[in-house]
Design a protein around this ligand. Structure first.
Ligand SMILES: *Cc1c(COP(=O)(O)O)cnc(C)c1O
Length: 397
């Protein structure tokens, strides 16, 4: 790892050593099935319930409102399909946004093929939804509003409290994909009037393949995974005890260091943004300047192909992510960049760098130098850039 500068923490994070240590016994001596009767399994059950309490406490929820799932994508699928199926006789209209993760957008496409009607709200140039547009989109048959807490590509944080209030006033359930926000921002489901919330372990220094869904007591939702009676008969499947314990520990750590982490990351993020914007010409910051995740920086470089940028940065040991249309499947951020109004050719030249609390200033300096070098190099090979410079010189003359 030492020769790699890892700036892709929005894609996944390293499991914290404390998390790994907390999980280990549940792979080894304490392997019992949390649903079994004998005392030996009681250890697993207690660990699952302790983790549930930690998560509930973190969200200002009750333990029986927390469900363990197989990750953020499963929680998103469950929230949308579960509510849609449970309320289909009441209405078939769902409101979401154009900048959601594909776990939401592709689920919406699936539901629309089954006769549900989806409204995709626009966002402004910073990636923020308009509350008046949300109000205007509400219909008598609207059953669910799903708006992400913070965007995974451009880092913008949405006005969750205002959305929750609109949903509540209209008697509509409010789901938020909080995968990027959970553990990074304070979240109180009652204050924010959230009815359903998704989060994932591997985005907060926990293990992969474990997530949670908060479901407010009284919310009507169909089960998603059918089978045993686990998770109050709403999410079948033998408990992933090590994963659940890891999720609980990761939550505990995130809560402990939320403030110090936010301060540290924000300082480093702003330093990175300042340097790139001032030292690389024809560059733009994507996402809201201040209402953004503390670890997210997203740039567009004119006359550059993001894919080439990533490959050349990779050769220098730097891991980032890009807005190229070529990036595979679910990681494709292109729709987000178009939704904030970037023209195609500029959206193609984007670079997302997401920090962690272990990122150093040295790493940021090395990265800025590398970005400067690579961008210059790629532009020197671009006929578009050549034309642009020629035209500019002619203008100046
Ligand atoms: C990563 C991510 C997901 C998917 O979570 P997984 O646990 O990887 O399935 C969903 N939404 C957002 C905003 C994400 O960043």
């Amino acid at each position: 790892m030492s020769d790699v500068i890892y700036l892709d923490n929005a894609a996944t994070t390293k499991v914290a050593p404390e998390v790994y240590e907390a999980m280990k016994p549940y792979f080894e001596e304490l392997f019992g099935n949390a649903a079994s009767i004998y005392r030996f399994a009681g250890n697993s059950r207690k660990a699952v319930e302790a983790a549930r309490e930690t998560v509930a406490d973190f969200l200002g929820a009750k333990p029986n409102e927390i469900y363990f799932t197989g990750g953020g994508s499963e929680s998103d699928n469950w929230a949308l399909k579960g509510v849609a199926y449970a309320l289909k006789d009441k209405g078939k209209h769902i409101i979401t946004t154009k900048i959601e993760h594909h776990a939401i957008l592709h689920t919406c496409e699936f539901l629309s093929k089954q006769g549900f009607d989806i409204t995709y709200l626009d966002v402004d140039e910073n990636g923020v939804i308009d509350i008046e547009a949300l109000k205007a989109a509400i219909r008598p048959d609207t059953i669910l509003i799903s708006v992400m807490f913070a965007n995974n590509e451009i880092g913008t944080v949405e006005p969750i409290k205002a959305i929750g209030e609109v949903a509540k006033e209209n008697g509509i359930y409010f789901h938020t994909d909080a995968v990027q926000a959970y553990g990074h921002l304070p979240i109180d489901v009652n204050e924010l009037k959230i009815d359903l919330l998704s989060a994932s372990g591997h985005k907060i220094n926990g293990p992969k393949g474990i997530g949670i869904m908060y479901i407010r007591n009284g919310v009507k939702i169909d089960p998603f995974i059918h089978g045993g009676a686990q998770e109050r008969s709403r999410r079948a499947g033998t408990h992933n005890t090590p994963g659940i314990v890891g999720f609980g520990k990761a939550t505990e750590l995130a809560k402990e260091k939320m403030e110090s982490r936010r301060k540290y990351e924000t300082g480093l993020r702003d330093y990175l943004i300042e340097r790139v914007l001032s030292e690389v010409p024809y560059t733009k910051l994507n996402g809201h300047r201040t209402d953004r995740l503390s670890n997210n920086a997203n740039f567009s470089f004119q006359f550059i192909e993001g894919e080439s940028l990533l490959i050349m940065l990779d050769q220098k040991g730097i891991c980032g992510s890009s807005g190229s249309a070529c990036t595979s499947g679910s990681l494709d951020p292109y729709h987000v960049l178009l939704a904030i109004g970037l023209p195609h050719e500029i959206a193609h030249g984007s670079l997302r760098l997401t920090l962690s609390d272990e990122t150093t200033k040295d790493e940021i300096d090395t990265t800025v130098e590398a970005v400067k070098f690579v961008v210059e190099r790629l532009r020197s090979m671009s006929p578009l850039y050549e034309d642009f410079i020629k035209a500019k010189k002619a203008e100046d003359r």
